[in-house]
Design a protein around this ligand. Sequence first.
Ligand code: AHR
Length: 323
Amino acid sequence: MNIIAKLAIAASLTTALSAGALAQDLSGKVIGFSQIGSESGWRAAETAVTRQEAEQRGVDLKFADAQQKQENQIKAIRGFIAQGVDAILVAPVVATGWDDVLAEAKEAEIPVVLLDRGVDAPEDLYLTSVASDQVEEGRVAGQWLVDEVGSEDCNVVELQGTVGSTPAINRKQGFEEAIASASNIKITQSQTGDFTRAKGKEVMEAFLKSSDNGADICAVYAHNDDMAVGAIQAIKDAGLKPGTDIKVVSIDAVPDIFNAIAAGEANATVELTPNMAGPAFDALAAYWADGTEPEKFIVTESKLYTAEDDPQGEYERRKNLGY
Ligand code: AHR
């Protein structure tokens, strides 16, 4: 990326993120951030926003990209503990297997904040978790489909996120809850697309092949927008019209899905803010100031967007935010 593009992103982020209260000064604090990788546009935006939020507060952010591997995250966290950082942010790739390393951080008296995904570990092992209500995200997506199809029969194919990750588990649960009382809506095929565009496309191609080129598919539910964008391409390649022949509903609200909604090729998305770091740094600032214990779960909003919500404008508003 050239310097002008970088400055444009930085300027847009500053404008977008500093609209609220002034960020607390955390100068002198060293904070490690174990990021999952760069599987999606949303993930890229979260990384960009975290760097920006750190810079605004004077935090020395030590960034470690785990390239989708839990073992790399555990290694990075142990490295941060050895360096004696003041706090650790971690976006946990999967839910299980964190107890030991979190206990090591606690033993070293280093507060850990979970970003955007949860863990199956005792709650006293981390300070707080900043994430959306992922079950609710699935419910919002499912309810949109229930309202959209009315009494028509609708076979849904589902593109799941990374196996064992909390968004994949919870978004599936929420969607199933929302459609449970609609006997006309059924999930007929469901597989992981690992939150990536390439795998979303590949799995959608397989779904289409095994269902008479999509003849009996009414909708695709993707656990993130990147997989939906991949699925849209597969639907087009099969000679069908995404958004019309096959409805598309997903989660994240990244710029590319607004482009697709504006073009009539996607129908709905549920917003997930990429700014998890702002609330995380604020919680740490209060904790360091006077020992204030934050809420254990800081929950971000899950808003539905459709073609009625100015998709072109939403695209323009988001396109320089690091996605
Ligand atoms: O944990 C959040 C999810 O992870 C986002 O919805 C997805 O795009 C990302 O990869």
